[in-house]
Design a protein. Sequence first.
Length: 101
Amino acid sequence: MKAYKSYHSYLIESLKDSKEAAVYLDVAFEEGSPEEIVLALKNVAEARKDLEDSSDETKADWESCYQLLSKAQMPAFPTLVNLLGNLGLKLSVTAEYEQVA
């Protein structure tokens, strides 16, 4: 196993995997406060940034993404959906309880 300097560097490395990032955000949305959700989004954005191409359009998208998250406020729903799309993720909904017929 690779040695890491800090937990944060390990976390960022693991969040480069789309499935890991999705599970991480799912838990944050399920159990976290708005501040914790924003922090989770920042961590995923930091990890996923290095995976994207370096075109000027992509750089502009990432710049706006970081500006949004630096406000430390939960983004509005349309902005959140767009942000997740820029991170290569999407939002989904599941039933909390199974219905018995």
